[in-house]
Unconditional design. Structure first.
Lengths: 226, 226
DNA sequence: CGAACACTTGAGAGACCTCAAACAGCGTGG
DNA sequence: CCACGCTGTTTGAGGTCTCTCAAGTGTTCG
């Protein structure tokens, strides 16, 4: 049973607009801007890996469909995150937008000679991040208890999404996305969030907004102990 | 509760014997041979990461102690596997031998100018393997059912350990190690193995030897479906 | 041969999953 | 403007599976 049978392959890239982009430490190359609506596919598992993407606005989910039919979301990409780096010819995950999203696409062209080492450093950095993310994911999935996984997920979202207010997060992804990331069912995710709310650890003013009221409790819940 | 409270820090490296080593594609440098007995510590989480290791004989487990006190084995290293690569100053896992083990230790010295790119390639290769391993681990932990995890673990061991006979594996690690790798209890691992035996999918002639009688069944069990 | 250790098996409790139903937000059409 | 339907979310009840606690079996080593 596929969690969300919505893998629509829509390739409506706007005509690539060549323009100079801000030169941040990790991307010193020219790219093209790609604007996508909600639930559009950037690339699919198995596609040729020809471009590297950087989120300028919005959010993307990276997922795999497992042989059993379940969907596994390996990671999310938010503003300033890179994704799509592969070291062989094909993508190993599918990338889909969670909401309206603006991406910077960098074509993977043969780099100039003087850019070679810089390109290399960029690859190593991206690999490091991907590896760290995968290892953190393993740690989260290592907790058998749903509360610990959800708490760890919220802690990670605090670090990545709480621009400005450190106690408020706007989750762009659906409950189902969270469930497929934590390898739980959507009901268990909902129940865990409700438990946290009843325990006065968080508040849920609206569906996708979470207010952290007790970061310490959330942190301790991360370990599975209470 | 720590699964196996046996993290003994024994540093009885034999005096490093400088000698030329076989020049495989991934290690074209001089190293020193390290001989360790069972359950000895190669390095611990937090130690300075100064060396890269390669298993010449035996096996090593790479583990973390989580804040809650549980042990998580992130990976195993068998013959010809490399481990210990870190991109910052400290190791993020603890490495312990599973049985009598011989390692090739390569000091992480500042590489010569002409070796720089080669060293770089080596790092990228190691990162790729670590990343693939972490992603595969995530997929295994994604299965909520114990049988699927154990089946996936056995399939992975077939690929990595079945030298010669593709249907026989000699597992060097203990049941507790397997449990801490799959994030299950030792009892559940035992029960899953017994179930597989009763289902005539595997045979267990001795504790650490497993004979695969029906690879197809094992493969399908990997998905969680039956 | 005995003791320590690792492994296996059993019984009961708790947690998550499955199935089901109710609720809320949102856009559409009357 | 409101009814309606659709989608996504939340809550409830029961079953199944794993974990906990416990006892028993087999191996290895002194």
């Amino acid at each position: 049973m596929i969690s969300t049978p919505r893998a629509v392959m829509t390739e409506n890239f706007i005509p690539p607009i060549r323009q100079p982009i801000d030169r941040s430490p990790t991307s010193q190359t020219i790219g093209s801007i790609v604007r996508l609506a909600t639930h559009e596919t950037v690339f699919m598992e198995g596609d040729d890996a020809q471009s590297l993407y950087r989120v300028m606005a919005g959010a993307v989910r990276l997922c795999k469909i497992l042989p059993g039919g379940r969907r596994l979301i390996t990671d999310f990409a938010f503003k300033d995150d890179q994704f799509g780096l592969e070291l062989d010819a094909h993508h190993k995950v599918t990338a889909e937008t969670i909401g309206p999203t603006v991406l910077l696409r960098t074509r993977r062209c043969p780099p100039m000679q003087q850019e070679q080492t810089e390109f290399h450093d960029n690859i190593v950095d991206a690999l490091r991040r991907d590896l760290s993310a995968a290892q953190a994911h393993v740690v989260i999935l290592g907790h058998p208890e749903a509360r610990a996984r959800v708490a760890a997920f919220l802690m990670s979202m605090i670090r990545r999404l709480s621009a400005g207010h450190p106690h408020t997060i706007d989750l762009p992804m659906s409950r189902q996305d969270i469930a497929d990331h934590l390898c739980l069912t959507i009901e268990t995710v909902c129940r865990s969030l409700s438990e946290l709310r009843r325990a006065h650890v968080i508040d849920i003013p609206s569906r996708h907004r979470i207010v952290i009221k007790d970061v310490n409790s959330l942190e301790t819940m991360t370990t599975g102990e209470e």
